[in-house]
Ligand binder design. Structure first.
Ligand code: NAP
Length: 333
């Protein structure tokens, strides 16, 4: 019988289900239904963010489940993220409260700093640009004082655990060393072409768990890129679900390529949050616990890693971010 890899355990004892539902780019009008299908399927982990603009619809769907007595709050693991426009200590409580209000929750299980680069907060626009289209950066981001404000949210009971997203190893180390409450989780781009092996090993040594965003290679990414006005010459668009090695292994197990990709990451002990609003695909992405990849298959899939060349979420959406003192991707990992 295949062992069920159902959750990873944080240093503080909290458990994060190893498969969650991604909600980035899940439009209003479809995300609520996706939550319904996911909860019916057995998902208990939802990955949200203030940036995605759909927390209110997620909150309505969750409330329905609680009101009907089908689930209790403690059955679920809800993640949301501090937007870049709130990357300063005095904004953390305000933005977490906004997310909690939209989600209709008293606390989140995990609150992440969405990215280390701060943007200016001009009337709440999450991607503020000047008249020439350049993102309005806040060059004074202080990630240590920001982290102290994150810790205060745990003290206040608004977040059970706190963590980071899109931070590099030296930023994680700086926070880890200064922290009274350590980061429990790092969420980063991670898929078969960008396996983040050095960063994952680094996190493991600090007892920081890892969650993979874009675990299927984010086929919708070019849409997001164009919507945010990115520099097309820098767009990296890879298709791991169409990789011939992944297809061959999928055929062997009578699984889809998506299932093989998710299983490969989960077998590394890394959490995955595939996004889907399609009922069949939501179910498919959760149905990865009835098979186990052999060591030989794992080795073959490991060998598809392109290292940093496999990074798709680069600086192309907002190249001026690279000028920010906390831009994370100048470093190898
Ligand atoms: N922290 C960050 O900075 C950050 C950045 C990006 C993403 N995220 C989080 O990570 C989540 C996942 O990342 P992502 O949405 O970029 O990429 P992804 O999960 O790798 O890919 C999602 C895309 O794949 C399609 N899809 C899903 N399941 C499929 C299947 N079984 N077969 C074929 N196609 C399938 C979806 O379309 P359908 O919906 O039509 O099925 C959607 O277009 C996001 O939703 C978000 O919650 C975080």
């Amino acid at each position: 019988m295949t062992p069920k890899l159902e959750a990873v355990t944080f240093f503080n004892g909290h458990k994060m289900p190893i498969v969650g539902l991604g909600t980035g780019q899940a439009s209003k009008g479809e995300v609520g239904r996706a939550i319904d299908v996911a909860l019916e399927t057995g998902y208990r982990h939802i990955d949200a963010a203030y940036l995605y603009g759909n927390e209110a619809e997620i909150g309505q769907a969750l409330k329905k489940w609680f009101d009907l007595g089908k689930l209790k709050r403690e059955d679920l693991f809800i993640v949301t993220k501090l937007p870049a426009i709130a990357n300063r200590a005095e904004s953390v409580e305000k933005y977490l409260k906004k997310s909690l209000e939209a989600l209709q929750l008293n606390y989140v299980d995990l609150y992440l700093i969405h990215q280390p680069v701060g943007f200016q907060d001009v009337g709440g626009d999450t991607f503020p640009r000047d008249k020439d289209g350049k993102v309005l950066l806040d060059m004074n981001t202080d990630i240590i004082s920001l982290w102290k404000a994150m810790e205060a949210q745990v003290d206040a009971g608004r977040a059970h655990s706190i963590g980071l997203s899109n931070f590099n190893s030296s930023q994680i180390k700086r926070i880890w060393q200064a922290a009274r409450i350590k980061p429990a989780n790092l969420q980063v781009e991670l898929h078969i072409y960008f396996q983040q092996r050095e960063l994952a090993a680094f996190c493991k040594a600090l007892d920081v768990t890892v969650c993979a965003f874009a675990p299927l290679g984010s086929p919708q990414m070019p849409n997001l890129f164009h919507a945010r006005g990115g520099d097309a010459s820098k767009l990296v668009s890879l298709s791991p679900m169409r990789d011939p090695v992944v297809s061959r292994i999928a055929e062997k197990y009578k699984k889809t390529t998506a299932q093989v990709l998710l299983r490969h990451t989960v077998q590394r002990g890394i959490v995955v949050i595939p996004k889907s609003v399609n009922p069949d695909r939501i179910k498919q992405n959760f149905d990865i616990f009835d098979f186990e990849l052999t060591q030989e298959d794992m080795d073959e899939l490991d060998a598809l890693d392109k290292g940093p060349k496999g990074r798709m979420f680069n600086d192309a959406i907002a190249p001026e971010r690279t000028k920010h003192p906390e831009y994370p991707f100048h470093e190898r990992y």
